[in-house]
Write a protein of this length. Structure first.
Length: 453
């Protein structure tokens, strides 16, 4: 798409937004239902596209992509009227006689840039927020999942007029071209480095934005954790989608007393989930591209491989792998892994584990396995992270009642449920003043006015 056509599309969306049609409750509800119907009728194609792009199993396609979206739409439909209502607030003593209220107002035309790892869910979940909040939207899916991206383009194109919701396919150049346009809001999900580029572009036009980024999310296993269940839940969080999950546990911090036993359980759970030969398991996800495969394969000679370690370059597949004897100076600990490789570092005192995490940028997620309330309190209080789960992995992302987002380098802002609505809404403050009376002392003509305040 050339610049002029793109600019024309954005102008058309802005024009449609100004017409006010997209702002009514009825319109928003109708569009959310249309979106849901479109997904229902494309379910098979979505599952097939995810299989082609990532070898994602049907179970994962449903549980981590489509199902989450149905949940978000249903919850939003139920609550939208309440979220949209102006909210009364108290007024100060100095404003006696007036009324204050907050009106959630759509920003206007939103740009949504999505990544490849959950290419359906991470494109549609923000779109639900944009529609619910009364915006028009342009969606830019990832070029690394071309089947899903093409499907989104046709599905959205057949469901909505392009002056309301449109999809533009393409890679970094298209994304950069879009970032030059006068959007009213930008919602970006992707890597920290590209997040910086997006924020810089947004700053030039002072466009408000949400950045859903990544980073190295730690998983602490304290000595009192129930090890078999802990191992099962860690293997689930780490190897779902072959570790290509923004909130996957990136590395383990394990109490030295329980490391060996945890490793044994982890090996058992990996075999239980993916069999003895995960590379030939038809339901185990592949790595998205050759570039990412090579980057990940280079980590396999670090520390000691205690489980997995085999790869299939033809299929871009890497076994679920556990790396022991890892130190912080190794390359695997220098960047977000984003693949099925789990490095393990031991600690003796919980404060040591906390300090190790706090020496790094603030993570998107944190997991803690411990039954002790005191340990849970210390970690929650002393470590800053986007969101997390105690005694499980990933699950905090799957509830519409918890805002989801990062902090520091892992992101700015949050969404899901009401937070998605709020994310795409400006909170407009209004004070309605009384004309029934007036205080003389507030005006310059009243010399002694201020002393009454
Ligand atoms: P990415 O940053 O490479 O790409 C994300 C999007 O940005 C894609 O649509 C891509 O086309 C576009 N893009 C790429 N280069 C660009 C550039 N130079 N200028 C403008 N746009 C550009 O990220 P990815 O590889 O698709 O996804 C993986 C990363 O995303 C990981 O770091 C992961 O942790 C993070 N992530 C975060 C979340 C979250 O919710 N916080 C979810 C999924 C993934």
């Amino acid at each position: 798409m050339n610049n002029d056509t793109m600019a024309e599309l954005i102008q058309k969306q802005k024009h449609f937004h100004r017409s006010g049609t997209a702002r009514t409750l009825e319109f928003r509800i109708t569009q959310l239902k249309r979106l849901r119907e479109a997904i229902v009728s494309h379910e098979r194609q979505i599952i097939d596209a995810l299989k082609q792009d990532l070898n994602k199993s049907e179970y994962e396609a449903y549980s981590t992509e489509i199902g989450i979206i149905y949940g978000e739409i249903s919850y939003t439909l139920k609550k939208l009227k309440k979220w949209m209502a102006p909210r009364k607030v108290r007024t100060a003593f100095t404003h006696i006689g007036s009324k204050g209220y907050i009106v959630p107002e759509p920003y206007g035309t939103a740009l949504i840039i999505a990544p490849w790892n959950y290419p359906f869910q991470l494109a549609i979940a923000p779109l639900i927020g944009a529609i619910a909040a009364g915006n028009t939207a342009v969606l830019k899916p990832s070029e690394l999942t071309p089947n899903l991206s093409a499907l989104l383009c046709s599905m959205i194109g057949n469901t909505f007029e392009e002056d309301y919701v449109a999809t533009i396919e393409g890679g970094a150049e298209v994304s950069q071209q879009l970032l030059q346009q006068p959007f009213d809001y930008i919602f970006f999900t992707g890597s920290v480095n590209v997040g910086r580029i997006v924020m810089e572009a947004a700053a030039k036009q002072l466009i408000p934005l949400t950045l859903e980024l990544g980073g190295k999310s730690p998983c602490i296993v304290h000595w009192d954790a129930p090890l078999k269940l802990t191992a099962k839940r860690i293997a689930f969080g780490k190897f779902t989608n072959a570790g290509q999950t923004c909130i996957a546990p990136d590395y383990l911090l394990v109490h030295s007393k329980v490391k060996d036993r945890l490793l044994l359980h982890l090996k058992e759970e990996i075999t239980e989930f993916y069999g003895k030969e995960p590379l030939t398991n038809p339901d185990y996800s592949h790595i998205v591209s050759e570039k990412h495969f090579k980057r990940l394969a280079a980590f396999l000679d670090q520390g000691t491989v205690v489980s997995g370690g085999k790869t299939s370059p033809e299929q871009l597949c890497i076994e679920p792998t556990l790396l022991d004897h890892i130190t912080w100076d190794m390359p695997v600990m220098q960047e977000e892994i984003f693949g099925p490789i789990l490095p393990i570092i031991v600690y003796d005192k919980i404060q040591d584990a906390i300090d190790m995490i706090n020496n790094r940028p603030k993570p998107l997620a944190l997991y803690l396995f411990s039954q002790e309330q005191e340990i849970q309190d210390i970690v929650i209080e002393q470590v800053s992270f986007g969101g997390g789960t105690i005694n499980d992995t990933l699950m905090h992302i799957a509830t519409p009642y918890l805002p989801f987002g990062g902090v520091g380098e892992s992101g700015i802002g949050s969404y899901h449920g009401q937070s998605s609505f709020e994310c795409f809404s400006h909170q407009k403050s209004v004070l309605k003043q009384t004309t029934a009376f007036d205080f003389k002392f507030r005006y310059p003509s009243s010399k002694n006015g201020l002393k009454y305040l």
